[in-house]
Design a protein around this ligand. Structure first.
Ligand code: ZN
Length: 557
């Protein structure tokens, strides 16, 4: 039943040069797996190909930088797997001499069924899309609709709301170089939306009911019967006993009476008042057999549960068993626990995702990000303040994904400087007359670091040392830098940012910086100081480097 998009098997990326990692340094990727709670050699199910599913944003508001921290960690993992520096492992985990996997990466955009209190595995609270509608209708009354919501935007229509925030998300994600979103510009099926997949969801519910893993309660809600899946709780460490006692407020009282076990969670909720609802008999209008079953099982007009959505979309687009699944650490329970139960009971396979990847939360200036604390930022907030996408991306990816990262103004400035330094090195190398030779030690150093559960700080350190020790980079150095940046994805952004800035304002600043430089050359320090003051009044900071003055706009968080 699951329709699978077929794609050609990847061709092995054979490295002909013998400039690769020396055997002493050769390693393959070891990745921490939340499921086994340990580091494992990464080995995909199919040779040379990785099937990767990421839980994407719920499109009821702008995604914030904490969301992007997690999405970009998944992006770096994907880029590393694709990198010509990443050596593949054979079935025993030994290096194969072949480099780079083909990655099929899918990320959903949740546009229905994600409840406000998503700690309630049984679907308590209000749908986030409904909450967004109430918020936006209020905003409209007070004339405060978000920027870009034009005349045609209807805050009363959840489909309009979803589209508005999807557009914003795609814009931010492209600005930050997220490859899955970039690819989806040509292959939109890579960003599936649950409202387009309701048929598959109802079909999976019917299948689960028939297999004895789901039931419709007296309240008309279809629940997953967690007692039929022994491994429920394995991912999160939440044993059934703990869940039964309602530890951590994980189970709401309201629906307990109708469920077979407190941990049972919602697959389908009948609700004729919900703004986004589907009538199973209409969904299966062309399939009387399924329509009949839906009716017999008591599946009434309503909407799907968030957890079910991901199981269905992952299966349709990637298959019954996938290699990698990522999401924020808050997704581990209940969301991912529930996905595993549904998928494995529907497919009968011994695994759903073989490796689970969960980046930790982001803090801002050492504190939890919150709107009330005034330290809550979206990507567009930061761009509006004058920070460039390359600096934002660098700052968001530079900390190990399993550590809480601390996003700071100083960090953004350092990231900008680092990106500038990398860029200058690359440009110098590119313009060199010396073809040079590939620096195998640097390639090996970056690979070694990234293979250690994506030790990105280690890889950045290797690049920094290399740049520091290479005053005259060759074209081969430039080529290696481009290869390394294929993983970091920073230089490709700064070139975009630089090209799109410029203009009259910048040339006026250039002229002032040049005048100050001339004054300094002529030892007219009074004039040089005066020009520096003039520049700082314009919000421009000039830094004197061995390569001449470099100016940036002063920005603050
Ligand atoms: Zn999900």
């Amino acid at each position: 039943m699951a329709e699978k998009i077929l794609h050609p098997r990847p061709k092995a990326v054979e490295r002909r040069h013998n400039d690769r990692l020396s055997s002493a340094n050769t390693m393959t990727l070891s990745l921490y797996n939340t499921l086994s709670k340990g580091s494992e050699v990464f080995r995909p199910l199919h040779d040379g190909e990785v099937l990767f599913y990421t839980c994407g944003p719920t499109v009821y508001d702008y995604a914030h930088i904490g969301n992007f921290r997690s999405f970009l960690a998944a992006d770096v993992l994907r880029r590393w797997l694709e990198s010509p520096l990443c050596e593949r492992a054979d079935e025993n985990g030994a290096p194969t001499g072949e480099y780079g996997y083909r990655v099929r990466h899918v990320m959903n955009l949740t546009d229905v069924g994600h409840m406000v209190d998503d700690n309630d595995a049984d679907g308590g609270g209000e749908d986030k899309m409904e909450a967004a509608r109430e918020r936006l209708l209020e905003d409209k009354k007070s004339g405060k609709l978000p920027t870009g919501a034009d005349e045609s935007f209807d805050p009363g229509d959840p489909y309009d709301i979803a589209q508005f925030y999807i557009d914003a998300f795609v814009e931010d994600a492209l600005a930050l170089g997220m490859k899955v979103v970039r690819e989806a510009q040509d292959s939109p099926e890579l960003l599936p939306r649950p409202t387009n997949e309701v048929r598959g969801m109802l079909a999976m519910i019917i299948d689960l009911i028939e297999k004895g893993h789901a039931y419709v309660g007296a309240d008309g809600v279809a629940y997953f019967n967690t007692q039929t899946f022994e491994e429920y709780g394995k991912l999160s460490g939440n044993t059934m006993g703990k869940i039964r006692s309602g530890a951590g407020g994980r189970v709401s009282d309201t629906t307990q009476a109708v469920k077979k076990h407190p941990a049972d969670f919602m697959l389908w909720k009948p609700d004729t008042a919900h703004l986004m609802k589907w009538d199973p008999s209409q969904v299966f209008a062309d399939d009387p057999a399924l329509a009949k079953k839906a009716h017999e099982f008591g599946l009434a007009t309503g909407y799907p549960g968030w957890h079910l959505e991901c199981s269905v979309m992952a299966r349709r687009l990637l298959g019954d068993v996938i290699d990698l699944h990522s999401g924020g650490e808050d997704n581990i329970f209940p969301h991912h626990e529930c996905e595993i139960a549904q998928s494995r009971c529907a497919t009968g396979e011994g695994a759903f995702a073989r490796y689970w990847f969960h980046p930790r939360f982001l803090q801002v200036e050492g504190a939890k990000m919150s709107k009330s604390a005034g330290n809550f930022f979206t990507v567009r907030d930061l761009v509006g303040k004058g920070f460039t996408p390359d600096a934002i991306r660098f700052e968001l990816i530079k900390t190990h994904y399993r550590s809480n990262s601390n996003f700071t103004e100083q960090g953004l400035k350092d990231a900008k400087r680092m990106s500038g330094r990398w860029r200058a090195f690359f440009e110098k190398a590119d313009a060199s007359n010396d073809a040079g030779e590939r620096n195998a030690g640097v390639a090996a150093g970056v690979a070694r670091a990234m293979n250690e559960d994506l030790n990105i700080a280690g890889a950045i350190g290797v690049v920094s040392t290399w740049i520091g020790e290479t005053p005259a980079p060759t074209r081969a150095d430039g080529e290696l830098m481009r290869e390394i940046d294929g993983v970091f994805g920073v230089l490709e952004l700064s070139s975009v940012a630089e090209a799109s800035s410029g203009g009259d304002e910048d040339s006026a600043v250039d002229a002032l910086v040049q005048a100050r430089q001339d004054a300094r050359k002529n030892k007219d320090f009074a004039e040089a100081d005066r020009l520096r003051d003039e520049l700082s009044a314009l919000g421009v900071v000039v830094e004197d480097t061995p390569d001449g003055p470099v100016w940036t706009r002063a920005v603050t968080l």
